[in-house]
Each structure stands twice: as C-alpha cells, then as structure tokens.
Ligand binder design. Structure first.
Ligand code: MN
Length: 236
C-alpha cells in the first residue's frame, strides 16, 4: 500500500504546476494571486477610479492550464474577456516583506491570461458579492512556461501584448504598472503569509475584449515568454 493511500481517504489531487522553459522540471504552484487595476489605461476603460490603490483576488491553482491548450468557452457567460498579465513565481515568502528584499523571493517570470467572465464579474461587483464567479472558473488561468530570474533578471520594462486572430488587442509596457513587482509583494505579504510556490498575476494593460469559440490568442511579455491558446466550443 502506498503512503498516499494510507494517509488520505481518497486519492490526493495532482499538484498544480507551471512548465519551465527549456526544462523537464516544473514549477509547483501553491496559490494564484491576481492584482486588480494596476495599469491606468485599463482602469479608465473599465470606468473605475484610477486614484484607488490596486487590490488582490485569487484563482484556484487548478485553474492554470498550459501553453497550447484549447480552453472550452466557459458556462454562464456571454462576455468572456482576455487580460494578458506578467506572472511572478515565488521561491520563498514570508510576512511583511520589505520592498527592498522582495525580489530575493522571486524564482522567475512568465506570461498568463486572467480570463474573466466580465458580465458575471460586473454583476457581482454591482450587488457587492465576491468576484469568484467571474474570475475563478475552470481553466481561467492559461500560463506559459516560466523563465528563471537567474537567466533573465527582474524585468522592469518591456512590451506586454496580446493578439486575437492576429490582431493586436492589448499593447502595453511593464513600466506602466502603477505598483511594481517589489511593491506588489510587499503589499500582498501584509495581507497573507507568502510562501514558495505562490504566483502573482500582476495586472493587465488596456484593450480587453470579448472572445468567441475559435479565437486564437497569442501573447508575449518581451524578454520573458510567450503563450498561445485557443478558445474552443463549450464543454459538453
Ligand atoms: Mn486581471
């Protein structure tokens, strides 16, 4: 009898993970955090107050899906949106991490899409309900292979863009982030204890738009990585 079958009453779920570029080893994921409203032009396009500080929400780790996936158009929505974001993957953590020590905890970086059921997110917001129904659904976090900071450093600027069927929809630069990566880690670690395996999606530039089955999404963060996924028919 294996250790797992002795310890648990059912088989434990698989460890969530993200691919690592050029390696057969994967990055194991503990929690997925997301930053809301971190690029001014996206705050403006959503009609929100750009003077408010950014804030955090989360997605389940099993919402991560790899590069090359076909993602079934999710249920309950008529307004599925893409939000391309740089991902920060932590190799260690702590509470109240100072800004000047924050990058010591970063293992690497990647590119992801914060898929959003916009109609459900806005409906929840308007009646002061939580955002999970709009943000934390199955396959809502496609993520490309990570690259270690030991190879690429800690990107502070660089083009971040997303194309739908070859047409550029989102096109920004990391230097447009209102809160930079050290500030995000500092702020989030005041709210929760961060740990190895935590990943943070750092917010999206302007240009979000509605998706349909058949759409091909190609994203890149310059110097960091790429991600390509296709939206498929709804799951039967
Ligand atoms: Mn987002």
């Amino acid at each position: 009898m294996s250790t797992a079958s002795q310890e648990f009453v059912i088989s434990p779920p698989p460890q969530a993970s993200i691919a690592v570029a050029g390696s057969t080893k994967k990055f194991p994921v503990r929690r997925v955090w997301c930053v809301g409203r971190n690029y001014v032009e996206h705050i403006r396009e959503m009609g929100n107050d750009e003077r408010e500080p950014p804030f955090f929400f989360s997605k389940p780790a099993d919402a991560l899906v790899p590069d090359g996936s076909t993602i079934p158009y999710p249920p309950l929505t008529k307004d599925l949106h893409h939000e391309v974001e740089m991902v920060v993957a932590l190799k260690s953590g702590g509470r109240n991490i100072p800004t000047d020590k924050a990058l010591d905890h970063v293992w690497g970086y990647g590119v992801a899409i914060d898929l959003t059921r916009r109609d459900l997110q806005i409906a929840s917001r308007n009646i002061k309900r939580p955002w999970e129904i709009g943000k934390a659904f199955d396959a809502s976090a496609p993520c490309g292979a990570l690259r270690p900071a030991s190879e690429i450093g800690h990107p502070k600027k660089g083009r971040i863009f997303l194309k739908v069927d070859g047409a550029v929809k989102q096109d920004g630069d990391l230097e447009q982030m209102i809160w930079n990566v050290p500030e995000i880690i500092n702020q989030l670690s005041q709210s929760v204890e961060l740990a190895a395996g935590d990943v943070i999606l750092t917010g999206t530039p302007a240009g979000v738009s509605a998706l349909s089955p058949g759409h091909k999404l190609e994203c890149e963060v310059e110097g960091v990585g790429t991600l390509t996924v296709t939206i498929g028919q709804p799951a039967k």
